[in-house]
Structure formats: structure tokens, C-alpha cells
Design a protein around this ligand. Sequence first.
Ligand code: ARG
Length: 570
Amino acid sequence: MLNYKLHVAEKVSSLLGSFEPQELAALMEYPANHDKGDLCLPCFRLSKVLGKSPKDIAEHLQATLQDEEIDQIEAVNGYLNIFLKKQRWAEALIQHIHHAGHQYGSQNVGQGRTIVIDYSSPNIAKPFHVGHLRSTVIGNALYHIHAFLGYTCVGINHLGDWGTQFGKLIVAYQQWGSKEAVNQGAIDELLHLYVKFHEEAEKDPTLEDQARAWFTRMEHGDQEALALWHWFIDISMAEFQKIYKLLGVQFDAYQGESFYNDKMAPVIQMLQENQLLEEDEGAMLVRLDAFDMAPALMLKKDGSSLYHTRDLTAAIYRAETYDFAKLIYVTDYAQNLHFQQCFKVLELMGYTWASKLEHVAFGRVSIEGGGLSTRKGNVIKLENVLELSVQKIKEVIEARNPGLPNKEEVAVQVGIGAVIFNDLSANRIKDIDFSWEDALNFDGETGPYVQYTYARTCSLLKKAQMGFGHDFLTSNVDGSYLLEKEAVAVIKMLYLFTERIEQAMVKLEPSIISRYLIDLAQAFNRFYHTCYILVEEKHVREARLALVTSVQTTLRNGLKLIGLQAPNEI
Ligand code: ARG
């Protein structure tokens, strides 16, 4: 597909000299107001170099720029407004989308480069909460986006499967738990025991000592302690897997914190050799005062390792194993300092690849009536959120389309999709107030709205097929029938897909895709409501159906990128 910005920029570059086409293309914009053209070049950005006024530059270009793709050029207040030939544009784009199909929007800019994504990463024996959901959903979208752009992706689940909390759990289990209760209650029971431990420890501080002792036994490879630990992992993983299955998320590796147990000693040694480690009341830490950061704690008084020790080791292991172009960590912004410290320590250790690490932080999610604190146990379980969403969507479907054959399946696709989309609907750093009404609204800026629009394209094409045969798939679309402003608006949106995916990759921001899908769906629905599609006139009908097919392909590809299914009928 022709890159119009670059195409025009090449011409402009040869007329002006002094600028590379890429440079000029980067300055060009798509005016929001269609009266200002399809592309525009703000000439004041060129004034300094050329030593001319923006007005003169724009007028000069207007007089000299000629191209077979350009219909008309205006010079207005130092802006060069370029109007493309809409018919050619529509024809070329529709053909391209038709041929590219499932690959429409993909590129190979990431060819030969690897990105490692650390995401989801829930903690064993604790519930998978809405924060982990957001990490899972953002990480999964970033995985698909990079893969679509040709990167080799490695998705890692850095499970929280080691630490003093397991000592607490063992103590609680032995004092107040039972095998039957744990087998039956699974994570709920483990959480219950964990909460009970903290309640009791307030009255009896020796429990903390016992917990520490059990964790030390784990660290020394004690069979009994490790058997219990393994059991807690199996129970938790079974629940996490249910959620991943519902979300349609997979990982290339489960390398939790315990994976690094035997890999930390050399890292500690390196820190020592680099004279980065300092003793402080028996504990070992790296001072970061010079960088205005609190110290990063590496070893506790009793010699046990910490979250930091494991992340440092994990980063080094990944650098050695995957030779990545980028390593990103998807967690909420409460961990900002942790990652800043971690990256800084790696840099101080002399690892040049430390600059390839990035913390992809996101905001908190609050759901009416539920906090995230595990200690008090007042957590809304994600599984319940997902189930409730599916249930609510089922009711909507029952009311809207009672005859739908695979209601259950579609309710899952839309119910889960609504929750995923909601997590991606705003800039990731923003906090989200989850509201059922907003997330499930078929007419709002939601997953169900986009999926419903997709289903609309499917039903239109089905009707067309039944009524007129398959002739709308022809590749000889006549773009002169797609010149209504609503049709042109759809063409423009379709065209932007590739660029938006790239932006989402550069900014590590999947909400760019969800926003795009809303814009495309809205543009399509305006077209659908203004231009009747199944008209008698064959050429008009075929052209409009070809546009519908392009929208169908693009919506499907976009939904897939952010982890949503595209049901044919809702
Ligand atoms: N388990 C952590 C949590 O639930 C998230 C881990 C993120 N990844 C990492 N490499 N630190 O908060």
C-alpha cells in the first residue's frame, strides 16, 4: 500500500532540497477537518532552514507540486493542504486490504529483533486481582502488536512464587488449616489462612518468627516445606489457568521468582566486585542517593533475597538468554520506584543493555465496593468479575437476539471482551473506575460496540450473499461510487490502521488501537446509516459491499491485536 505521506514528501523534498523525505513525512499531519485536505504540511516548520516565510513556502509548493495522486492543493496561512484523488485512493486501499486479509496492518519493521514482555505475574496463594488483569491484558496486546510488526516476542510470567509469605502460609496451614479445606476452597482458603495469620500475629508476635523459620527451611531445600510450597503452587496455577483460558492468553515461559533461586549468588558477587553493595545493620543494599532514590535492598539480615535481587537476576538471565531489543515490564505505577532502582543498578553494574529496559506502568482499577488489599482479604476476585460480565451480556443478548444459536459462546466472547476493552480504553497511566454500565453499553465506546459493529458487517455481507450472490468480493471496485463524505471518512480511517499500530508499538500504548477501533466503528456506522448498502444498482452495491468487507477485515484484525474475539453474530 502506498504510504501517501512519504510519497508526497518525496516530491516535496525534491522541490525544496534541504530536507529528507522521511523528515518531511514526519512533519505532515492528517487534518481533523476534512475541508483542510487529506494531508497537510505546516510550512512554518521549514521556515528556519529555508530562510523563507511559511506563506512563501506554501505558495511556492502549491504552484510547483504535481503528482498523479494529488487532486488539489491549497496554500492557507502557511499550511499546504493537500487533497488526494479519492477514487484512486479508495480503489487501491480496498484492493490492498482484500489481498492482505488477516495480514492487513502488519509490517516487518521488527524483523530479526526480539522483545521480551514480563506481564501478568500474579502471586501464588493470593488472588488474581484486577491489577493483574490489567497487566495481563496490556501485556497480551503489546505481545500481539509487536508480533504483527514482525518482532519475535517472548511472553514471560514472572510469578510471585517465592518469599516470606510462604512461611506465613505454612504456619497458618498447620495451625488452622486442613488438607480438605485447602483442596476444596483453593485460593480462597489460602487467602483465608493468610489473612488469619496476620490477625493472629498481632496477638502473638512469635508467629512471625515461626514463619521466618519455615521460609528459611524452604530456602535450604527442606523437603516438607517444599512439598507444601509445591502444593500451594499447583492449587493457585489451576485457578490462574482458568482465567488465562477465559482471556485467551498464553505465555512462552513461566519463570517465576523461584526460577532464580540458584542464579542469584553470582549476581550478588558481581555487585560486591563492583563495590556497589553496602552493609546496613546487617542487611546488604545498593545506595542510590546520588540519583535521588532510596537504596535498593538486596539481602536481608538473615541473608535471604528480595524482590529486587530476583528482578536484577532475572534481567541478567533474560539478556543472556534472549538477546532482546527491548525488555518491558507491565505493572501498575506503584512499582515505578522499584523499576527505576532496578534499571539504575544494572546500569551501574556496567550493562549497556540496561537502556533497553522499560517499565510500562499503568493506573489503578477500582471496582465499586472492592479494594485490592490482600492482608485484609477485601479483594474482588477477578473470576467473579468475568463471570458476572458474561452473565450480564447473556441477559442483553437474550433481550436483543433471543434466536441466536450459540448464545453461550457469544456471551463469553462479548462479556470477556467488554472487560478487556474497558482496561484498554484509556491511556494506560490513567486510573480507571470500572462501571458495569459503561463497560457493557452496546452504544458506548466499548468492546461490545466494536464487536457489534463487526457483527453488523458480517450480517450485511451474509444478506448480500443470499440476495445477490458473491459478486461483491470483486477486486475491480469502482471507487467513483465511494465519494460520499461518509464513505470517504471510512476510507481514511481504514488507511490509518497501519500507522496507528506502529504508534501503539512505539508508545507501548494499546489504547491507541482501542481508540482506533471506536473511531473506525463510528465512521462505519455513520456510513451505514447514511448510505443504504444493499441497493439495486449493481456497481453502487458492489462498491459499498467492498467497503464493508474492508471494514470487516480491519475490525477483526484490530480486535485480535488487543485480545478480543470477533463473533459473526451477536
Ligand atoms: N508479582 C508482582 C505483583 O503482583 C508483579 C511482578 C512484575 N514483574 C517483575 N519482574 N517484577 O505485584
